[in-house]
Ligand binder design. Structure first.
Ligand code: DER
Length: 235
């Protein structure tokens, strides 16, 4: 089984939680893509009806439009029945790191107001503690004086050997700009950042920071697809 097969298996399992008439948060990324495809397939087959999708990125919005999924937004639907989305890291308490695809702000806006938040991952995303993989912990910041904000973020976690890097893309290393017109600073840690809630509050306290990629105590279910099969972890 390839990693993409595992992502698809987890995604299809999550779509079993979808009932007709639901308002659905549609996630972003290579795993959530399979869930959106599957929802569209069940709508086409008439097995699902009266679904309204709330996309978590422009990319997912475009995918859902191309698949004919009826869409709306948080202004019209401030409460969501179920959101299905991927994650970059999942710890044993179902806390998540998200945002390596750059969509963390709209994802967190949608996923913080849903009754059920089902996360779909392949087993490679499981970690013992968040930030321990040495991979990026994304923070969305405004563009104005981004270096000032990046330095403040790096200093905040200097005990953890933090390095803050502006996310860029392409040969010319242009700054990545989110759907919301902001920049992303990725934080890399050498050591554990300790209490996640304390870290979360400290990051959000910095004026110039918009949001970060730690999704604490938000997932209600995590579906893990591994070589040996599916595991469903409930909060
Ligand atoms: O960027 C994001 O938040 C994505 O949802 C990410 O967390 C998971 O993306 P993947 O399913 O492509 O690994």
């Amino acid at each position: 089984l390839t990693q993409d097969d595992l992502k698809k298996i987890a995604a299809y399992k999550a779509v079993e939680y979808v009932e007709s008439g639901m308002v659905l948060g549609l996630g972003t990324g290579s795993t959530a893509k399979h869930a959106v495809d599957r929802i569209a397939e069940l709508l086409r087959q008439g097995k699902l009806k009266n679904i309204v999708g709330i996309p978590t990125s422009m990319k997912t919005h475009e995918q859902a439009v191309s698949l004919g999924i009826p869409l709306s937004d948080l202004d019209s639907h401030p409460v969501i029945d179920l959101a299905i989305d991927g994650a970059d890291e999942v710890d044993p308490y179902l806390n998540l790191v998200k945002g390596r695809g750059g969509s963390l702000l709209r994802e967190k806006m949608v996923e913080s107001v849903c009754k059920k938040f089902v996360v779909i991952v392949d087993e490679s995303k499981l970690v013992n503690y968040l930030g321990g993989s040495g991979l990026a912990m994304p923070v969305e910041i405004i563009r104005f004086c981004w270096k000032f904000t990046a330095v403040r973020l790096q200093k905040l976690f200097q005990e953890s050997g933090c390095v803050a890097k502006l996310r860029t893309f392409g040969e010319k290393e242009e700054p990545f700009v989110t759907d919301n017109g902001n920049y992303i600073v990725d934080l890399y840690f050498e050591k554990s950042i300790g209490d996640l809630k304390v870290a979360s509050d400290a990051i959000l306290h910095i004026a110039g920071v918009v949001e970060h990629g730690m999704f604490l105590d938000m997932a209600t279910t995590v579906i893990v697809a591994g070589e040996l099969g599916l595991t469903v972890k409930n909060k």
